[in-house]
Design a protein around this ligand. Structure first.
Ligand SMILES: Cc1cc2nc3c(=O)[nH]c(=O)nc-3n(C[C@H](O)[C@H](O)[C@H](O)COP(=O)(O)OP(=O)(O)OC[C@H]3O[C@@H](n4cnc5c(N)ncnc54)[C@H](O)[C@@H]3O)c2cc1C
Length: 361
């Protein structure tokens, strides 16, 4: 075990992972003027560079409100707008969202939701057939989902990584868990000392000897970037069992597949075929489509569909922020805020996200 050269308290926080969770957490510490270092690889596989960053308040076949969405959205707006301003980037894009009904069952199910007063701020009444753009197949009408947006995660994370690198706070390397050693005052990693470690490794959690007991439930996802010479869609997210997100340069993205068997990081021919088939089913055939890019990543889902926040049961200075699943863009602002308030102000974590829920079981 390494000894400190003097007994001065170490204030430093070491964050492991420079993806969405790690970078936003570091941003929070910087806002508070707290010292930190990040060890994160910009080349290891990750979810953030593949994600569309959609924030959709009403999801799934049953059109249910996403967990805590009314509380999450204000923090989403505050956080991403503040980063946009500070780093002079454009990442947060509120956007209309149109969900097309596939059959009469869908019309009835969505209709019931839209009459529920709890859904008044997120769901319109049924919109009759033919009110969307001509190019999109519309057989049973649609519903508008309010308060939707997308966050350009690749631009956000690249800008934050660059920012932290310029401040000398990001070491672009793979963290080796075996090299982390306990000291009387905290932890020693290679040439640095830290009072606490916060692991934000996404799927890297599987290699983490302290936290790999948590019930992660990974799911691979693939997306396609497409172009068409003839198709120009108004800036709306279109949902037709899969979503379609148009970009400024007239390309658009379709996604995503869901596979919890194949957990390789590589895109597959079957994933591409599935997405292309969906694209063809909702864009009228006169528009020829071309695949520009095909990407794959693994979502760090959890068995109980709630994030992992908190402290290791036996190591008081080892913490975690993970399990953002398929909703990192909406969850990360509030989850990073909550973890920082917990660690530095003694605020309680929401029991639904606190990893002590697994000790009790
Ligand atoms: C196909 C697909 C589509 C998605 N679409 C959406 C969407 O529309 N909306 C949405 O909100 N979310 C979406 N997501 C989910 C979103 O990407 C995740 O919720 C989010 O990225 C999780 O953030 P994270 O920081 O926990 O993990 P990641 O973003 O994966 O970041 C973890 C980082 O830690 C690094 N790391 C891990 N281990 C180590 C180590 N030992 N040393 C150094 N670095 C390490 C990795 O390289 C990575 O950069 C999607 C994901 C996929 C795969």
């Amino acid at each position: 075990m390494k000894q400190q050269s003097n007994n001065a308290p170490i204030e430093n926080t070491l964050i492991v992972g420079s993806g969405l969770a790690g970078c936003l957490l570091a941003w929070r510490l910087q806002e508070r003027g707290l010292p930190f270092q990040i060890v994160g690889s910009t080349t290891l596989p990750n979810a953030w560079s593949v994600a569309a960053g959609l924030i959709n308040p009403v999801t799934g076949k049953w059109m249910t409100k996403s967990w805590n969405i009314d509380q999450l959205i204000p923090e989403v707006e505050r956080t991403y707008r503040a980063i946009e301003q500070a780093l002079d980037i454009e990442i947060y894009h509120p956007m209309p969202f149109r969900r097309y009904c596939q059959n009469m069952e869908d019309v009835k199910r969505c209709g019931r939701r839209s009459r529920n007063p709890r859904y008044a701020n997120v769901l319109s009444e049924h919109v009759p057939v033919g009110s969307g753009p001509d190019a999109i197949v519309d057989t049973h009408g649609s519903f508008e989902i309010y308060q939707a947006s997308y966050v350009d995660l690749p631009i956000l994370i690249a800008a934050l990584q660059d920012h932290f690198q310029q401040c000398g706070r990001l070491r672009d390397e793979t963290f080796v868990h075996a090299e982390l050693e306990r000291t009387p005052n905290g932890w020693h990693y290679k040439d640095s000392e830290a009072q606490r470690i916060i692991f934000c490794e996404g799927m890297g959690i599987q290699n983490n000897p302290w936290f790999n007991y948590l019930p992660i439930s990974p799911a691979k996802g693939e997306t396609l970037i497409l172009t068409s010479d003839t198709l120009e869609l108004p800036k709306t997210v279109y949902h037709h069992t899969k979503w379609l997100l148009p970009y400024k340069d007239r390309s658009f993205r379709i996604g995503a597949t869901y596979d919890d068997n194949d957990l390789s990081h590589e895109p597959t021919e079957s994933g591409k075929a599935e997405l292309f088939k969906h694209a063809r089913a909702f864009i009228k055939p006169e528009h020829k489509l071309e695949v520009q890019k095909h990407m794959a990543g693994i979502r760090p889902m959890t068995k109980d569909v709630r994030p992992f926040l908190g402290t290791h049961p036996n190591e008081a200075n080892l913490h975690i922020l993970n399990g953002l699943g398929s909703k990192g863009a909406s969850l990360a602002p509030e989850m990073t805020k909550q973890l920082v308030s917990h660690l530095f102000d003694g605020e309680q974590l929401d029991p639904e996200v606190d990893i002590t829920r697994f000790i009790e079981q």
